[in-house]
Write a protein that binds this ligand. Structure first.
Ligand code: PFF
Length: 450
């Protein structure tokens, strides 16, 4: 069967940035920055994104393009000997499971965004009862909208790499950027916004050594670049052989961190603008509010105070969130689908339906037991599985993939690779420095004083 391929560098950059830029950037990053000292968190995040996440991203892209297959088959094909092969398969399967579980909880949150978009439209049509149902937390609302969101993702993925992932990334990413920029300009013109901008951009250096801040920034960097679970590996397997991987990876990292910074310039100033309207933006412990309160109470309160523009701004904001979530979920969905196509010999349509039905069921269970399961799934997949799997991928790339194969793979797109800085630093970096740093940060989070 012929495998799909991105038609150009731009197509890959848009698809991979679409995966990277998601709720993690627009909601997660500003929330964590608000919780962990604003500018100090931003600095640590930028540091970790370029020093740790970019090299790890390169490991995934290189493995993917070399293996030209899903995560399980790729890790199997680069290893030799029974133990190594089993380890490769196990890591691959854990990646497929983690990507699917992330999709399950992500689709619930994405469903809230779609419900709020629709609620803002209903408000303008004066259908207040429906709007009220849409913004009120309930089992059925959550199930309906996560199912709708997964079905939308299924439609894109079932159309394939070029006609699904590529076309929709090309359509949705520019819309998202325009919405984001438009909203930033609007919010920065509101009274109070300037103070928020200062808090976000000026670092408080005393907080930089806080272990909680470092762990939080690490988790955010891995989640944001969609690392560890095979999304970047599978997108890497769809890149053309003559593409310059280090440059393509760098562009994806820059666009992902760029959008996170832009989102911070939207959300934190918006919080302070909401404060001017009487909204309480601090928790009882004196920290800036984050989490659902930030997105579903403080910001809507700000929109309400905007008079005529209210509905339009609210619709734009929640549409932005929904689009960001969709381009990310597309990449998560592709991980189990590509595995099912390539190892279980299913057709793309059948594999997409099977994965869709399975994720609808699991996200239904998470919705049903929301208070007891949701948080556990989020922490287990994003704070533990993602960094550990990323560590494994660095080890596979650095220790188990033959150095000559690594060189040959990268040289296809960069003939003079050996004479450049990247080749002098990156292989050792991915072999030793990245795994060590991930272990140190993870172990440190276990320590009693952290
Ligand atoms: N990077 C996405 C975000 O920032 O929202 C989340 C994500 C996408 C995580 C794809 C994992 C993944 F496989």
């Amino acid at each position: 069967m012929k495998r799909g391929q991105f038609s150009s560098r731009l197509a890959f950059i848009l698809a991979a940035s679409g995966s990277a830029v998601g709720l993690g950037n627009i909601w997660g990053f500003p929330s964590k920055a608000a919780e962990n000292g604003g500018g100090a968190f931003l600095l640590m995040y930028l540091f970790l994104a370029f020093l740790l996440a970019y090299p790890a991203l390169m490991a995934e892209l290189t493995l993917g393009r070399h293996g030209r297959s899903n995560m399980v088959s790729t890790l199997d094909s680069i290893t030799s000997g029974l133990v190594q092969k089993r380890l490769g398969q196990l890591t691959g399967i854990m990646g497929v499971i983690t990507a699917t579980m992330i999709l399950c909880f992500y689709s619930i949150i994405a469903g809230w965004m779609m419900a709020h978009t629709l609620a803002s439209i209903m408000q303008t049509l004066k259908m207040y009862k429906i709007a009220e149902w849409l913004v009120t937390f309930s089992l059925w609302r959550n199930i309906c909208f996560s199912t709708a969101f997964i079905s939308l993702t299924l439609l894109v993925i079932s159309a394939g790499v070029e006609k699904g992932i590529e076309i929709w990334s090309k359509r949705l990413m520019p819309c998202m950027l325009l919405l984001l920029l438009g909203l930033i300009v609007y919010v920065l013109l509101q009274p109070g916004a300037e103070e928020g901008l200062k808090i976000f951009l000026v670092p408080d250096f005393t907080q930089l050594a806080d272990p909680q801040l470092i762990l939080s920034a690490l988790g955010q960097a891995f989640f944001s670049l969609s690392l560890g679970v095979g999304t970047m590996l599978i997108y890497g397997s769809y890149i053309r052989s003559d593409e310059n991987l280090p440059v393509a990876g760098a562009l994806v990292t820059v666009s992902d961190t760029g959008v996170a910074v832009l989102a911070g310039m939207l959300i934190i100033p918006a919080l302070f603008a909401a404060q001017q309207l009487g909204v309480d933006i601090y928790t009882e412990t004196g920290r800036l509010i984050s989490g659902p309160d930030l997105i579903f109470h403080a910001l809507p309160a700000l929109f309400e105070g905007m008079g005529e523009a209210e509905a339009l701004v609210a619709i734009a904001f929640f549409t932005l969130m929904s689009i960001a979530a969709l381009t990310s979920s597309i990449s998560m969905f592709e991980v189990p689908v590509s595995w099912a196509i390539e190892t279980q010999k299913m057709s793309r349509l059948k594999a997409s339906i099977a994965v869709g039905v399975f994720t609808i069921l699991i996200s239904g269970i998470i919705s049903y037991k929301f208070t007891s399961i949701f948080e556990i799934v989020v922490v287990a997949t994003t704070e533990w599985a993602q960094p550990i799997l990323s560590l494994m991928l660095c080890l596979f790339c650095g220790w188990l993939m033959h150095r000559n194969h690594l060189l040959d793979e990268l040289k296809q797109g960069v003939p003079d690779l050996e004479s450049g800085l990247f080749w002098r630093i990156w292989p050792t970096y991915v072999k030793i420095f990245c795994p060590l740093l991930i272990v140190i940060i993870l172990v440190q989070s276990f320590l009693p004083f952290s």
